[in-house]
Design a protein around this ligand. Structure first.
Ligand code: ADP
Ligand code: MG
Length: 681
């Protein structure tokens, strides 16, 4: 208390813990929760008294923090009875406006007689004098015969900011949409919050009448924010008891640990063991590091699933979003202004101010962002998502707003192939509809194609039918009374669908594992080093491609660290390294192999070395064979190309690519010619 008397006006707030008030006087504590307006005003008056010897009418705040956990209210449970009371709400900041001044004490001058009138301003509505009152020495004229001029210099202002918070994703039941609440911040608290922050805000719930022209009996609610507390620990939300810890430790020792974890990831989805192993490593994550020079190296593992329709991509994404602490599921097509990244907007919410709004990648900070239909994201997202994937930040610079928001999350993205379905005749890498620069940020890229295959189809069918039948039986009220089928046998038969670790336990397991910061063992380092060098070796020599790049090495490191974490072990072993290699090799062989050889440029530049050479060959043919007017016909090109061992469909694909890049055009259907700039080269 003395601090504020000495340090005013630099310090204008005093913070008091609710439990201190409660210990001092439980009745007062209770009264404050029910009648915060009066209680806080009295406390502030007392404070003012202490410092008013030096100043007239100081502006101070009495702020209450640390309300007990059980007094927190979910946004969706706020009701009329809470109006006017002190509430504590936990949430994610979705929007925050610029900080702008609001007038609190307005001084006016009567333009006719020069008399000064002071009006205290409360709320958002601006109040002007109605008359130049004779009572305090004015001329007595009303608004009809005089005007009042606002004098900004002697008027008093306070900083204000408006924010919107939304319910944290953990509390949401099965995919329901988070609800939101607006809040007003004043004075020294302004500007401390950014979108994406996890906060607990305490304040007084107030109502505001709807409708400006025609007044309505309906009211909107908002919070007058009294105190903000930041949630620091990312895994604090998951409560781990000592009993849990024992069970977790025991589970971590299991010899079949990885099989059990894999079997706990979306067990109703058939197959995809390798993919599920990578997904589980993504949950555990690598180590985020900050080096001596301040460089940040990401530990988050990003995974892309690219596949035919109906290959359970969306299903997997939804499952992972529910499983991961701070998981968020969203679609690249999302309609909010902020999209996947962030945006500065000027809309109703800001009441004339610019608002910074957080998108999914910011809201998933320190969690997992599951982005479906990644290929359908907006151009704005496309240009700013790279920064998020690599640096874990998103920068916004628009109008007056320049901000850098945190988005340190792992990304699980899903997309369809370019033409909706993979075509066997074309290289897989050609059919991925994401810019290579974006793809190269993913630590693993899995392709899922849905080709009829009698054996696999039968297993999948049996699995899926079992899933459904188990679901049917589980809904029966009295399964014993059914005789036509053996319900007990059905349940026993499908017991494999019960996750080895239920979702709650797996969440706890993951949260617990994050406390471990693994260190690479000498053997693990050697394993990764040797693997990297041996694969790179294949790329030596003139005719060869670049098989992998340092990015894959980093992916291997992250995956190995995650594997050690999964084992609750602080040392990354050579088995962890081998597990990482297995995953990277598995996907590279599918997406980055060109006639049996690894070529990372397939995904990085969209063109393999052999394709690159063929493109020059075809381009030169067009140049040589074109006649002035008509260019050269497709048939003629195909015929000549076959003598160079370039197959028909490759020629067509290359012609398409050359047209798309603007190097050739079609003077008439079926004919090709280099564009004039190209001819001049
Ligand atoms: P996508 O997003 O890839 O187009 P969805 O996730 O919408 O596909 O899946 C379509 C449906 O097919 C879902 O109900 C899913 O459960 C089912 N399905 C697809 N593949 C499998 C599989 N391997 N195992 C079990 N169910 C599957
Ligand atoms: Mg889908």
């Amino acid at each position: 208390m003395t601090a504020i008397a000495d340090l005013y006006p630099d310090v204008r707030s005093i913070y008091v813990s609710f439990s201190d008030v409660d210990r001092f006087d439980p009745d007062l504590a209770n009264y404050t929760l029910q009648n915060p307006t009066q209680s806080l005003r009295s406390a502030e008056d007392a404070l003012k008294h202490m410092i008013s010897h030096a100043l007239t009418n100081p502006f101070v705040h009495f702020r209450i923090k640390d309300l007990p956990r059980d007094s927190r209210i979910e946004i969706r449970k706020l009701r009329a009875k809470h109006l006017g009371s002190f509430v504590s709400i936990e949430g994610l900041v979705r929007k925050a406006t610029e900080v702008r001044p609001r007038v609190t004490i307005a001084e006016f001058e009567c333009v006719r007689c020069g008399h000064r009138i002071v009006i205290e301003q409360e709320g958002m509505q601006f109040h002007e004098p109605l008359e130049c009152s004779k009572d305090d020495g004015g001329c007595g004229r009303g608004t009809g015969s005089t005007k009042f001029r606002l004098l900004t210099d002697p008027s008093k202002f306070v900083d204000t900011q408006k924010i919107e918070i939304q319910e944290p994703p953990e509390g949401l039941r099965g995919g329901s949409q988070p609800e939101r609440l607006a809040g007003y911040i004043e004075d020294d608290l302004s500007g401390k919050i950014s979108p994406g922050d996890r906060v607990i805000i305490n304040g007084i719930l107030r109502s505001q009448q709807k409708g400006t022209q025609v007044k309505s009996t309906l009211f909107e609610i908002h919070l007058d924010i009294n105190a903000i507390e930041f949630e620091e620990k990312e895994y604090e939300e998951v409560l781990i008891t000592p009993e849990d810890e024992l069970r977790i430790r025991e589970f971590g020792e299991a010899p079949d640990l990885f099989e059990r974890i894999i079997a706990s990831i979306s067990p109703t989805i058939y197959g995809y063991d390798q993919e599920k192993e990578a997904l589980s490593l993504q949950l555990f994550g690598g180590v985020n590091k900050t080096m001596d020079d301040g460089t940040r190296i990401r530990g988050d593992i990003h995974i892309a699933l690219i596949g035919d329709p109906g290959t359970a991509k969306s299903q997997i994404l939804r499952y992972m979003a529910m499983l991961a602490p701070r998981g968020i599921y969203t679609s690249g097509k999302s309609s909010s202004a902020a999209g996947l990244t962030a945006a500065a907007v000027k809309d109703e919410f800001g009441e004339g101010r610019w608002t910074l709004e957080a998108g999914a990648l910011v809201l998933a900070d320190k969690g997992l962002a599951c982005i479906d239909e990644l290929d359908k994201m907006t151009d704005q997202d496309r240009s700013s998502i790279h920064e998020s994937l690599e640096q874990g930040t998103i920068s916004v610079a628009k109008a007056g707003i320049t901000a850098t928001l945190q988005s340190r999350c792992a990304v699980l993205g899903a997309a369809n192939p370019k033409y909706g379905r993979f075509d066997d005749a074309q290289p897989i890498a050609d059919q991925i509809n994401l810019p290579p620069t974006l793809l190269s940020r993913f630590d693993a890229i899995f392709t899922m194609s849905d080709k009829p295959d009698a054996e696999k189809d039968r297993s999948l069918a049996v699995h899926l039918l079992r899933v459904h039948r188990r679901g049917e039986v589980k809904l029966q009220e009295s399964p014993e009374s059914i005789t036509a089928v053996d319900t007990r046998e059905i349940l026993r038969d499908s017991a494999g669908l019960i996750p080895a670790m239920d979702r709650e336990f797996l969440r706890k397991y993951v949260a617990y594992s994050k406390r471990i910061i693994p260190i690479m063992s000498d053997e693990a380092m050697r394993t990764l080093e040797n693997y990297y060098v041996s694969i790179r070796k294949m790329g030596e020599g003139e005719q060869s491609s670049v098989p992998i790049t340092p990015r894959q090495l980093e992916a291997l490191i992250r995956l190995s660290e995650a594997s050690a974490r999964a084992r609750l072990n602080q040392i990354v072993s050579s088995e962890d390294a081998a597990r990482a290699i297995k995953i990277v090799e598995y996907y590279l062989n599918k997406v980055a192999s060109d006639s049996g050889k690894l070529d990372i440029d397939l995904i990085y530049t969209g063109t393999s070395r052999s394709q690159r050479e063929q493109i020059y060959v075809v381009r030169n043919m067009i140049q040589q064979m074109s006649d002035e007017k008509r260019g050269v016909s497709e048939e003629a090109l195909i015929q000549r190309a076959s003598s160079e061992n370039i197959p028909d469909d490759r020629v067509r694909a290359l012609l398409k690519r050359l047209s798309e890049s603007g190097e050739v055009y079609r003077p008439q259907p079926g004919f090709y010619r280099l564009t004039s700039e190209e001819r001049a080269r």
